[in-house]
Write a protein that binds this ligand. Structure first.
Ligand code: 6AU
Length: 360
């Protein structure tokens, strides 16, 4: 870690003023507002569980991380599907969506994987990540794809279909589809889940506050205290991994740092195990997985065992105060707890305390 880089001692509210990427500026402000530097890794297996978890844990987090490809019943409909429902929950609770896709391929392929195909990740995920083993041109390719996407939606014909803000317990589970229940339509969907109340067509700039965010009843909830995030998309470079025996070398990590500096308008920062800001004007954001707390009642900073499959864990105090990361990413530590929202609050408090300790 670059010792005592100025960003290690700066409050997130200050870093919000100097970060280059609009989404980073927004995220730092959100962290300050919610007193949270916690990302939930929502590694559950059904769309129903994912949406219910996002709704219950949303108040404690600033980022929700998905692996859409491990979710059964993911609904790909671009207007009413799982991505849209997640986006509504993100607006309601104030968090960003990070699809942990770990793109790695030639530039043309990653452009297509990012913007098209079944999942159309760019449409619903504010943030995604890339392993740049394939070379730095891949980052340029993704940056171009994101810029083109933003330009295209700027004046596209917008068909807005209201879906209402979902709440826990109301979510469809793809696995249950086609069971022929009487409350289902011919597609096997529960008629009560998605109520299409308004269809409008208009030409509207993407930064319009009205774009696809309101419905006839005006009942889509929006988190108070901050405006909605900018339409920009952001990339995190997978610079270091938490797993035992990881083959990423120092040279690879350094190449990530160079690629980030070359694409400040698209790269928000890193998924890494330590802070990588070293040049005077570096202000990249760091998110770190492999984070777990010892069970309540045990020594707070004690050793935490790995998962037996290569994952290694550190406490929020070590990762944030000592190693200088900004956001801790926690999956099983929260999901497997008896009450995930209570456990998420415990992680939020510890991670925030570790950040305050770093400042002082
Ligand atoms: O807290 P866990 O161990 O249940 O989950 C950790 C999550 C998983 C991994 O796919 C992801 O974090 N992850 C990543 C990411 C975010 O890119 C990198 C890494 O080095 N280690 C890691 O666990 O969803």
């Amino acid at each position: 870690m670059s010792d005592r880089h100025p960003t290690l001692l700066q409050p997130y509210s200050e870093r919000a003023k100097t970060a280059t990427h609009p989404l980073s500026r927004y995220l730092f402000r959100l962290m300050d507002l919610k007193a949270s530097n916690l990302c939930l890794s929502a590694d559950v297996t059904t769309a129903r569980e994912l949406l219910a978890l996002a709704d219950r844990v949303g108040p404690s987090i600033v980022v929700l991380k998905t692996h859409y490809d491990l979710i059964s019943g993911w609904d790909y409909n671009p207007q009413t599907g799982t991505g849209v429902k997640l986006a509504a929950l993100a607006r309601k609770h104030g968090f960003l969506i990070f699809e942990d896709r770990k793109f790695v391929d030639i530039g043309k392929t990653v452009q297509m994987q990012y913007t098209a195909g079944t999942a159309r990740i760019i449409e619903w995920a504010h943030i995604t990540n890339a392993n740049i083993d394939a070379g730095k041109d891949m980052v340029r390719a993704m940056a171009e794809a994101a810029a083109n996407w933003k330009a295209r939606i700027h004046y596209e014909v917008k068909t807005s279909v209201s879906v209402g803000t979902p709440v826990a317990g109301q979510f469809d589970d793809g696995e249950e589809q086609n069971n022929g229940g009487s409350d289902r339509d011919s597609d096997g969907r529960k008629g009560s889940i998605v109520s299409i109340t308004t269809v409008t067509q208009s030409f509207e700039p993407a930064d319009s506050p009205r774009l696809a965010k309101t419905n006839e009843h005006g009942d889509e909830l929006v988190f108070p205290g901050i405006e909605e995030p900018p339409m920009d998309r952001g990339l995190l470079l997978l610079a270091q991994m938490s797993s035992k025996g990881c083959l990423m070398t120092k040279d690879y990590t350094q190449a990530c740092v160079e690629a980030a500096r070359e694409h400040k308008d698209f790269v928000m920062g890193y998924v890494a195990q330590e802070a990588l800001n070293s040049a005077p004007d570096d202000n990249f954001i760091h998110m770190t997985p492999g984070c777990k707390l010892p069970p309540p009642g045990e020594e707070e900073n004690g050793h935490v065992e790995g998962d037996g499959l290569g994952q290694q864990y550190n406490t929020p105090a070590k990762l944030i105060t000592l190693l200088g990361t900004d956001i801790v990413i926690v999956g099983r530590g929260i999901i497997q707890a008896a009450d995930p929202p209570t456990e998420a609050e415990r992680y939020r408090r510890k991670a925030w305390k570790a950040y305050l300790a770093r400042l002082s």
